[in-house]
Design a binder for this molecule. Structure first.
Ligand code: HEC
Length: 149
């Protein structure tokens, strides 16, 4: 009796997983119109830790094709690109770029970015103390300089 109940529950779970695979989301990389223009060492850090969600150069891993993970990932990338997209960097005025740079440092300083859940599967995206120091030493003077204009 007990084994039968477990069998029924497992069957329902498996069928549900199969059914939700038909609810597809778009995992797309629109053309990258431009790119972050700043020091190479900073760009390397941003590419490694931020570009998957904040550019149109997203690398979609195999598990990003599987629902419901695909829904979560596509939502994060969409939201990420809306807030900050390095592939549209040229379309921002210098003032807007300075504002983004300020936010980048704020998010990194707070430890909110990269999203902590992302780091579970992307250890290489974790920022070292030296990475953070480099971003800070670039961001603060860049933002200050722009605010004098
Ligand atoms: C896994 C995806 C992901 C990664 C990787 C990621 N972000 Fe984000 N980022 C998001 C999402 C989603 C949002 C919007 C929602 C939020 O603020 O949580 C966001 C928002 C932001 C914002 C706007 C914050 C605001 O309040 O408007 C900044 C700035 C930012 N991220 C910087 C970065 C930087 C810098 C990195 C790399 C060090 C990074 N992010 C890595 C997903 C990501």
């Amino acid at each position: 009796m007990k084994a039968r109940v477990i069998n029924i529950i497992l069957t329902i779970i498996i069928i549900s997983i199969i059914i939700i695979q038909f609810i597809q989301v778009e995992l797309k990389n629109p053309p990258a119109m431009s790119d972050f223009a700043g020091p190479e060492n900073i760009k390397a850090i941003l590419q490694r830790s931020c570009y998957n969600c904040h550019s149109n150069l997203t690398h979609w891993p195999w598990y990003s094709q599987i629902a419901p993970i695909s829904w979560i990932i596509s939502h994060d990338v969409q939201q990420g690109r809306e807030h900050l997209n390095f592939s549209n960097w040229d379309s921002l005025t210098p003032k807007e770029q300075a504002h983004q740079i300020e936010e980048i440092w704020e998010e990194i300083e707070k430890g909110s970015m990269p999203l902590p859940k992302y780091l579970f599967l992307h250890r290489a995206a974790e920022l070292s103390a030296a990475d953070k120091e480099a971003v800070k030493n670039w961001a603060i003077p860049t933002v200050e300089e722009e605010s004098f204009h």
